[in-house]
Design a protein around this ligand. Sequence first.
Ligand code: PLP
Ligand code: COI
Length: 336
Amino acid sequence: MEKKNIDWSNLGFGYIQTDMRYVSNFKDGAWDEGGLTDKATIEMSECACVLQYAQTCFEGMKAYTTEDGKIVCFRPDLNAARMADSCRQMKMPVFPEEKFVEAVIETVRANAAWVPPYGSGATLYLRPFMFGYDSVIGVKPANEYQFRIFATPVGPYFKGGIKPLTLRISDLDRAAPRGTGHIKAGLNYAMSLYNIVDAHEQGFDENLYVDSATRTHIEETGGANIIFVKGNTLVTPKSGTILPSITRRSIVQVAKDYLGMEVEEREIRLDEIDQFEEAGLCGTAAVISPIGKIVDHGKEITYAGMGPKIQKLYDTLTGIQMGRIEAPEGWIQVIE
Ligand code: PLP
Ligand code: COI
């Protein structure tokens, strides 16, 4: 199969329309057969529930070309399970988890020419999502839904690739206690848009949110979880209002089982973050992005950037994803 003629190494994190996407519709209480289409646009009622009341959730995952030329996905079963959780909370029908994984495989296979080559630094980003499709004017869930997966080749999420990030402690909130911070609902991202534009205008790469109830604990950024390192210990926030990142859960296992690190998953106080030596953001898009500085209202806390432990975690995680390091059982879904 011939790859598309793309300057893979210079891709940013943007949308490029690829050949095929997967679509399945839910109507009269059931999902249809589902399948691939080349139609990249969607036509719907002006009163669709997603347009009026933001009834939508999504996932983010990647396909990689491994060192030995296979195309693989990383832990798609966990994305399927998390999307099911999001759907339950948003009163949307669950797309069956096994079918989700099959649909991911079909979508990647149909776009194999768009999967960036090994060593290019780029990957194929997959965006499964679901939305309320039919007309709703009173506040209630839709009756009809569409599930879709599109693929787009991407480079690094943050501009400039792997350069240490500067975050600010946010004055605004992203997630409320007993709200939707723990699921991947579009509404969480809508409410972060004002703040991310403002952060960029003020020269910051991202907002680091604190818990909105007490404003004393570290949560996450708008699109990634956070990890800290002190000595041989990895420390990462435990909170009911952050997204349960699949990358973070994998890093925790890598730190323990591959690197012999201690791991603490616990509440992290804002007033202790100056005790850590290294810090990074983690997520599908962010991979592990080193943090150089966190600014808390004029107080600057600096970290080692791509320090030795963050580098080791990055090398091991990406080594597993790209087939250079043996993966734990069940982590790698071979597509072809
Ligand atoms: N936190 C938020 C708010 C996110 O949007 C993401 C991205 O998916 C993550 C964390 C990282 O999650 P994952 O590692 O599953 O991609
Ligand atoms: C991902 O990492 O997949 C996300 O959904 C985060 C988003 C900010 C791009």
